[in-house]
Design a protein around this ligand. Structure first.
Ligand SMILES: *Cc1c(COP(=O)(O)O)cnc(C)c1O
Length: 360
C-alpha cells in the first residue's frame, strides 16, 4: 500500500486510523450484519451513530447549549441561500465582508433575498489580507453580518472575531471547522462543508443560536429551513448517513489525540514549519499579510509560472499531490487540514529545500 501526502483543498485527507476502522466495519458494522452504507437512517443502530456524532461534535467543539447543531446536505454553497432566507427577518438588510471567492459567492446569492451591503472587501490586493473592522462599520439595524472566517483559496484567516454589537454574526467555517478552539458564543451561526477537516464530502454542518430559529421567509424551501431541520432532528429527509458516520470516527480520533487543544497545537506546528521555510526562502514566497495567514491553507509562489508548474509536477511525482493553487490565483497551495501528519510537512519542506537548491 502506498499512500501519498494529499494537500487537496477538499475533499481532503482523512486520518489513516479512521479509514482502517471504517474498513474493518465496512461489510458488517459492529455485528449488525450490514454496512453503514446500507442502513435505514431510522434504525436503532443508525440512531446511535447520528446521536453519538452530534454529542461528540458538541463536546469536542465546545458548542454552547443554546445552539442547535444540524447535519445537512447540499454543501456550504447551499447555505449561501439558506443564510439570508432564514435570517432576513426584520429590516431585510445584511452586511457582508468579502475576503475571497466563497465570501463573494455568498454575497451574490444573498442579493436575491434582501438589501445586501458590502461593508469591506480585500479585492484591491487580491484578497491577500483581512480588513480591520470595528463596531461602527456595521449597520446596527442589519439582520445579520456575514464573514468567511478562513479563506481557502487565498490562504487568509480572520485574526479576530468582528464586533458587530447585537447584530448576529454569521461565519462560513468550512475550511477551519474543528481545527482549533472557537468561541461559538460570539456568533449567531457558523456553518461549513465538512469535507475539509472532519468528514468525506456530502455533509454540511450548521450550528445556529436558538433564538434565531423560526423566522424563515415563507417561501423558504423546507430543506433550507433550519427550524424544520431542527424539528426533524437533521432527519427531515435522509441525512448523509455515511459521512456522518465517518465524522463520528474523526471526532473519536481527535479525542484519542487528547482533544481539540492538542490537535490545534499540532496544526500550529505544521503551519509554522512551512511558513518559516517560506519566510527564509530565496525562491518561494507567501503573498499573504503575516497576521492574516491561514493555518489550514498555505499559499506560495515561485518567481515564474514556469517554475510553479515545474514544482507542482515534480512534487506530484515525489508523492506530494494536489499542490497546484486554485485556478483563479495560480501558484501553489498546501492545504494542511487536521488529518495531514506533521511528517507530511517535514517531508514537503525537505523537498522544497532540494527544489530551491536545484533551481534557485
Ligand atoms: C470549500 C468551501 C466552500 C464550498 O463548499 P461546498 O461544500 O463545496 O459547497 C465554501 N466556503 C468555503 C470557505 C470553502 O472552503
Amino acid at each position: 500500500m502506498a499512500r501519498v501526502f494529499n494537500f487537496s483543498a477538499g475533499p481532503s485527507m482523512l486520518p489513516l486510523e479512521v479509514l482502517r476502522e471504517a474498513q474493518a466495519d465496512l461489510i458488517d458494522y459492529q455485528g449488525s450484519g450490514q454496512s453503514v452504507m446500507e442502513m435505514s437512517h431510522r434504525s436503532k443502530v443508525y440512531e446511535e451513530i447520528i446521536f453519538g456524532a452530534e454529542k461528540l461534535f458538541r463536546q469536542v467543539y465546545n458548542v454552547p447549549d443554546n445552539y442547535k447543531l444540524l447535519f445537512l446536505q447540499g454543501g456550504a454553497s447551499t447555505q449561501f441561500a439558506a443564510v439570508p432566507l432564514n435570517l432576513l427577518r426584520k429590516s431585510g438588510r445584511a452586511d457582508y465582508i468579502v475576503t475571497g471567492q466563497f465570501a463573494n459567492k455568498a454575497y451574490q446569492e444573498a442579493q436575491k433575498y434582501g438589501q445586501i451591503r458590502l461593508v469591506a472587501s480585500s479585492k484591491d490586493k487580491t484578497f491577500s489580507y483581512i480588513p480591520e473592522l470595528t463596531k461602527d462599520d456595521f449597520d446596527p439595524e442589519a439582520d445579520y453580518a456575514y464573514i468567511c472566517f478562513n479563506n481557502t483559496i487565498f490562504g487568509t484567516k480572520f485574526p479576530y472575531i468582528p464586533d458587530t454589537g447585537d447584530v448576529p454574526l454569521v461565519a462560513d467555517i468550512s475550511s477551519c471547522m474543528i481545527s482549533e478552539p472557537l468561541d461559538i458564543s460570539k456568533f449567531g451561526v457558523v456553518y461549513g462543508g465538512a469535507q475539509k477537516n472532519v468528514a468525506p464530502a456530502g455533509l454540511t454542518v450548521v450550528i445556529v443560536r436558538e433564538d434565531l430559529l423560526g423566522y424563515a421567509k415563507p417561501e423558504t424551501p423546507v430543506m433550507l429551513n433550519w427550524k424544520a431541520q431542527v424539528d426533524g432532528g437533521s432527519m427531515y429527509n435522509t441525512p448523509p448517513c455515511w459521512s456522518i458516520y465517518i465524522c463520528k470516527l474523526v471526532l473519536e480520533w481527535i479525542e484519542r489525540l487528547g482533544g481539540l487543544e492538542v490537535l490545534a497545537e499540532n496544526n500550529r506546528k505544521k503551519a509554522a514549519l512551512l511558513y518559516d521555510f517560506l519566510d527564509n526562502s530565496k525562491l518561494f514566497g507567501n503573498p499573504v499579510r503575516k497576521q492574516d495567514r491561514s493555518m489550514m491553507n498555505v499559499t506560495f509562489v515561485c518567481p515564474t509560472d514556469e517554475l510553479n508548474a515545474q514544482f507542482v509536477k515534480e512534487a506530484a511525482a515525489a508523492g506530494f499531490v494536489n499542490l497546484k493553487g486554485h485556478r483563479s490565483v495560480g501558484g501553489m497551495r498546501a492545504s494542511i487540514y487536521n488529518a495531514m501528519p506533521y511528517e507530511g510537512l517535514e517531508k514537503l519542506v525537505a523537498f522544497m529545500r532540494e527544489f530551491e537548491k536545484a533551481n534557485g
